[in-house]
Design a binder for this molecule. Structure first.
Ligand code: DC
Length: 228
């Protein structure tokens, strides 16, 4: 009999951790939560309400003030999970480059992190959850029974993200995507509040040269060991 556990999957942007986390959750019948989508939803709300400027700056005080008005949830649809912002399906909009360009700045605001970490912890209150992000194994669920830290080179990750955007019909250039990946790595690693770092007890997965099937098999094997 395997026990119900919490699975934390952290890593760099576009490391493929979301696809991997989603596939594992489906396979083992767990709930999947994309914590990055929550930071993206707050970013979209801030952009729509004039709290971001063309020069790349963010009005952190204004964002903090509206946090209590922001409700984020996930809706399961036949095509996968959709992020809901105050009842509106924003799944497509939050993946746009315009949102990616601001999300790290928004995610560096301590009050935003506190509010979202509390929401994330409530999603995991009855375990049986796979959550991916940057600080899941370090801050959100430091006692998670299974922790993975995923990495791949910035070029590999930019190439994957670029292919994904093109497939979805979202206009982008490879150079722009690579610059965004490098920029986000820097902000994610150097912010004061829970920066991106590997939890001491996380298992590292460098998937630069792995196929999707190999990654999924690796993750399932680790789950089988951690849930004994
Ligand atoms: O995984 P993603 O690219 O959708 O994440 C979007 C941004 O949100 C990313 O720049 C870092 C931030 N993020 C975070 O700070 N903490 C998390 N747990 C998840 C994402």
């Amino acid at each position: 009999m395997s026990k119900n556990i919490i699975i934390a999957i952290d890593g760099y942007s576009s490391s493929g951790k979301s696809s991997m986390a989603r596939a594992l959750a489906k396979r083992i019948g767990y709930r999947y939560i994309d914590s990055g989508a929550m930071y993206r939803a707050v970013t979209l709300h801030a952009m729509r309400n004039g709290m971001t400027s063309a020069d790349g700056t963010v009005d952190a005080e204004a964002v903090t003030r509206v946090l209590p008005d922001i409700k984020i949830d996930f809706m399961v649809t036949p095509e996968g999970q959709h992020t809901m912002l105050n009842g509106e399906d924003v799944e497509k909009e939050i993946r746009q480059m315009a949102v990616s360009n601001f999300v790290s700045e928004i995610a560096a605001i301590p009050q935003v992190r506190h509010a979202l970490v509390a929401m994330q912890q409530s999603f995991g209150s009855s375990k049986g959850i796979v959550m991916d992000g940057r600080d899941i194994g370090t801050t959100v669920f430091p006692d998670a029974e299974m922790k993975v830290f995923v990495n791949a080179s910035a070029e590999t990750r930019a190439q994957r993200r670029f292919a994904e955007l093109i497939e979805k019909g979202t206009p982008a250039s490879y150079e722009e995507v690579l610059a965004n990946v490098v920029h986000r790595d820097h902000i994610d690693e150097t912010r004061e509040e829970s920066p991106l770092r590997k939890a001491d007890d996380a298992v590292v997965l460098d998937n630069s040269t792995m196929t999707i099937d190999e990654q999924n098999a690796w993750l399932l094997d680790l789950y089988n060991r951690c849930s004994q």
